[in-house]
Design a binder for this molecule. Structure first.
Ligand SMILES: Nc1nc2c(c(=O)[nH]1)N[C@H]1C(S)=C(S)[C@@H](COP(=O)(O)O)O[C@H]1N2
Ligand SMILES: [Mo]
Length: 429
């Protein structure tokens, strides 16, 4: 985090508690001069080149090439946090370390994972995908025949609908942001449009749903409306330019843009075309939201509009009063993020954040906000608004709509308390 005790001038305060105009981060004006004028620069004046010593790594030849690169050993702390269900090893979830990342792409090795019975050891040469059921011509594909169809690529997020659930605890959990909101990641996905394959199989007129099934020992399956299958569903083969990672469905997965992650069946081996949903375990006993009156919402497919400030965030320390850049991510299953607003006074006043290009539909969107922290207590919040006009709800508004017994689809505003000593903690505001 960049902090500075310089005075900072030239930028107007636009909301309470030191929020400054976002123009610093808008492409056209984000010049070095502008940043220096603000007092953002943390460099010390250097009198002469002589002050720059020659370190040992400059005096010897460097290391050789490698077949597959790895992060710097100095970044070894950047890890997914994970837990397994008691008595299991591969059943559970790992979370993307959002507080350690910038931009919008999640490195493949840090994509969150959710497995219901571990990662299957699939031999890609023996893996098959079958499309059958209400079709004129049942079809079987291997990896090679699939990859010959015209491929498409899209940068899109995937979010488990259990993301954010940690904030259901009676007391706000004091854990890094990743352990509350890290079941969301964003990749460049490349694969075959499912509509092309369904077209080739010849969908019968009465077909309204498909049921997708995985080759893991959970044999996880979900029903998907035919409209989605024919719209933007993809059989993903590549993730960030390389083959899918085993963790994320190697050698092929269903990818349903903007829909709850559970439906994007990994290790995909079967698509059955049906007239009705199958009412599988994952869409009846799980992934439904219990309402106060005892009924439950079923088939909440599209993920709501959401955002979270990743820097500063829970467990991080502010380096004294001065100028900071607040940074975070916003996303919506509905399309593009239109606007993100930030508050430093617990939601009393808001100001518009700068959105960093590219602004893609159903992708993470990075936002930034300049903030002059005066050293007093502050409550930081972000609120996203998407292109349909949907506004990210407060915790109270979400509870008013769904009660307190629902288990999925948490998209409430996150609040971070910055204390006078610089410690950042999670609060319910
Ligand atoms: N075959 C299979 N597909 C699956 C799962 C699974 O356990 N088995 N988990 C689902 C859940 S709940 C989510 S949130 C996403 C997670 O995808 P990821 O592990 O690539 O992040 O995969 C879904 N697809
Ligand atoms: Mo999930």
């Amino acid at each position: 985090m960049t902090g500075s005790r310089c005075s900072g001038r030239g930028f107007e305060q636009v909301a309470g508690n030191g929020l400054l105009h976002r123009r610093l981060f808008l492409t056209k004006t984000a010049s070095l001069a502008g940043a220096a004028g603000l007092g953002f620069m943390t460099a010390r004046p250097a009198a002469a080149q002589a002050q720059l010593d020659v370190p040992e790594w400059t005096k010897v030849p460097g290391a050789p090439m490698s077949g597959y690169g790895s992060p710097s050993p100095h970044e070894a702390h950047v890890q997914r946090a994970f837990f397994s269900r008691p008595g299991t090893v591969g059943s559970g979830a790992s979370q993307t370390p959002l507080e350690q990342l910038e931009g919008i792409i999640t490195p493949s090795g840090l994509h969150f994972e959710r497995h219901h019975n571990g990662i299957p050891a699939i031999d890609p040469g023996r893996h098959r995908l079958v499309i059958h059921g209400l079709v004129a011509r049942p079809l079987m594909f291997d990896l090679e025949s699939l990859a010959r169809y015209p491929l498409i690529s899209r940068i899109q997020f995937l979010e488990c609908s259990g993301n954010g659930r940690a904030n259901d605890a009676p007391e706000p959990p004091q854990v890094p942001v990743s352990q509350i909101h890290g079941l969301v990641s964003c990749s460049d996905w490349t694969g075959v449009p499912l509509s092309v394959l369904l077209d080739e199989a010849g969908v019968e007129p009465e077909a309204r749903w498909i049921v997708a099934e995985g080759a893991d020992s959970a044999a996880m399956n979900r029903s998907v409306p035919m409209a989605k299958a024919l719209d933007d569903a993809m059989i993903a083969l590549y993730q960030n330019g390389e083959r899918l990672r085993p963790d994320n469905g190697y050698p092929m997965r269903l990818f349903l843009p903007g829909y709850e992650g559970n439906m994007s069946i990994k290790w995909l081996r079967r698509i059955e075309v049906t007239a009705e949903p199958m009412m599988t375990r994952e869409e009846t006993s799980k992934y439904t939201d219990l309402l106060p009156d005892g009924r439950a919402l079923q088939f909440t497919f599209q993920m709501g509009v959401k955002s979270v400030i990743t820097s500063p965030s829970g467990g991080l320390e502010m380096q004294g009063p001065g100028l900071y850049q607040i940074s975070g991510i916003a996303w919506t299953g509905a399309g593009r993020i239109r606007r993100v607003e930030v508050s430093a006074d617990g939601g009393q006043t808001w100001a518009e954040a700068a959105l960093t290009d590219p602004l893609l539909p159903i992708s993470l969107t990075r936002f930034r906000m300049p903030w002059r922290w005066d050293g007093g207590p502050a409550v930081l919040q972000s609120r996203a608004i998407d292109e349909t006009g949907a506004v990210q709800p407060t915790r109270a508004a979400l509870h008013a709509r769904l009660g307190t017994r629902f288990d999925y689809h948490h998209n409430a505003i996150q609040s971070w308390l910055v204390a006078a000593d610089g410690a950042v903690s999670n609060i319910y505001a």
